[in-house]
Design a protein around this ligand. Structure first.
Ligand SMILES: Nc1ncnc2c1ncn2[C@@H]1O[C@H](COP(=O)(O)OP(=O)(O)O)[C@@H](O)[C@H]1O
Ligand SMILES: [Mg+2]
Length: 147
């Protein structure tokens, strides 16, 4: 999927928002500046969040919950994680019990990334365009890509 500019990247996030349910994990890969947080902003605004969406690089986790968001969601950026031990302290496992978990830099989880996560990758495509690709395991069939 080609995303011609930041607005289209945000719109792709908004499209995903419509099919999300608690317990979903979305892994969002791409280099610094690829557009991961832009995608997350579109997604969060589509779920009703009205404010500014900061990048969660510090703190590493920004939790959202009703009533500011339609469903509970953790926005996570693992860029600064160096040791899997630090991952355990974040409590992502517990979050999955009742929240969507949206993860930038999921590579930092290595094999700890859940196999049922929707894996999205944003890559450069010319100057202001991006190419969005994905791997959608079974729980995502019929949900992503949204048609
Ligand atoms: N098609 C595009 N999609 C997303 N961002 C884009 C696009 N074209 C240009 N940009 C710019 O690239 C930057 C992406 O930043 P950000 O979303 O924070 O990236 P990341 O979270 O991947 O580091 C923003 O400044 C945005 O305006
Ligand atoms: Mg980011």
């Amino acid at each position: 999927m080609i995303l011609a500019g930041p607005d289209e990247t945000a719109a792709a996030g908004a499209a995903l928002a419509a099919v999300l349910r608690p317990g979903d994990v979305v892994a969002l890969s791409g280099d610094l500046g690829a557009g991961k947080t832009t995608f997350a902003r579109g997604l969060l605004h589509a779920l009703g969040f009205q404010g500014e969406v900061p990048s969660p690089s510090f703190p590493i986790v920004i939790p959202y919950a009703p009533p500011e968001l339609a469903i509970p969601l953790w926005h996570v950026d693992l860029y600064r994680i160096e040791d899997p031990e630090e991952l355990l302290e974040l409590g992502l496992d517990e979050a999955r019990a009742d929240s969507v978990v949206l993860i930038e830099w999921p590579e930092r989880m290595g094999r700890l990334l859940w196999p049922d996560a929707l894996r999205l990758t944003i890559a450069p495509h010319g100057t202001d365009a991006r190419r969005l690709t994905w791997e959608a395991p079974a729980p995502w069939e019929g949900r992503w890509p949204v048609r």
